[in-house]
Design a protein around this ligand. Structure first.
Ligand code: HEM
Length: 186
């Protein structure tokens, strides 16, 4: 059984699935690191964790750009007919909100790090330039924004995951299966 790279009328293709689950895994990593950063003792250990958090954040941002481009040229499969109008609206709004948050999280972190005066961020040969001059008021604001966005993303993502599980175990339709590389309806 081969899974098509592109989305079909019935299921997400392999590329969309890879983007989805890779970004989920990296976002879970980011929450774990955020927790570790706020609990670690010592400047060096903290600096190391923050650097790793920034690196993965930039990877999420890059993947988000590629994912959005892929999404624009790959219509997702239509939602099942039995879903009510409000459910469809909720699903579409939730998906677009998740896209916005996947971009907003790393961008707010980048701005936060810039305002904190940490300077250009080099990742191997790649340079992510400082977006603004060091600015304490902006640093405090972005710390808050990054935190509130993180909580919002967590709440929306958990709601989204519960909705997917409800489809699978309660409604018993194919919505979850079509985001997994195990099932194909041709
Ligand atoms: C950080 C966590 C998550 C984020 C940011 C996220 C994001 C997204 C986005 C943006 C879409 C829309 C894809 C598109 O149509 O282009 C989507 C679809 C989907 N997600 Fe997630 N997701 C997350 C976690 C999960 C989890 C844990 C599950 C399963 C329990 C899940 C199941 C699904 C399913 C089944 C779809 C396809 C829905 C459909 O067929 O319309 N997601 N996700």
């Amino acid at each position: 059984m081969t899974i098509p790279l592109r989305n079909t009328d019935f299921a997400y293709g392999l590329v969309s699935q890879l983007f989805h689950w890779l970004i989920v895994a990296l976002i879970l990593f980011q929450y774990t690191w955020a927790w570790r950063i706020s609990n670690v003792e010592g400047f060096r250990a903290r600096f190391e964790l923050v650097t790793q958090h920034k690196t993965i954040g930039m990877v999420v941002l890059g993947l988000a750009v590629l994912r959005l481009v892929w999404r624009l040229f790959n219509r997702p499969p239509a939602l099942p007919d039995h879903m009510a109008r409000w459910e469809r609206l909720g699903a579409h709004a939730g998906h677009w909100l998740l896209y916005v948050l996947i971009f907003a999280m790393p961008l707010s972190g980048w701005l936060y790090s810039s305002a904190a005066g940490l300077g250009d961020y080099w990742w191997g040969p790649v340079n992510f330039p400082s977006l603004v001059d060091s600015n304490e008021a902006l640093e405090d604001l972005m710390a808050r924004v990054h935190q509130v966005l993180g909580i919002t993303l967590g709440v929306v993502a958990v709601g989204h995951a519960l909705a997917a599980l409800r489809h699978h175990f309660w409604v018993r339709d194919d919505v979850l299966k079509r985001m997994l590389p195990i099932w194909r309806k041709q």
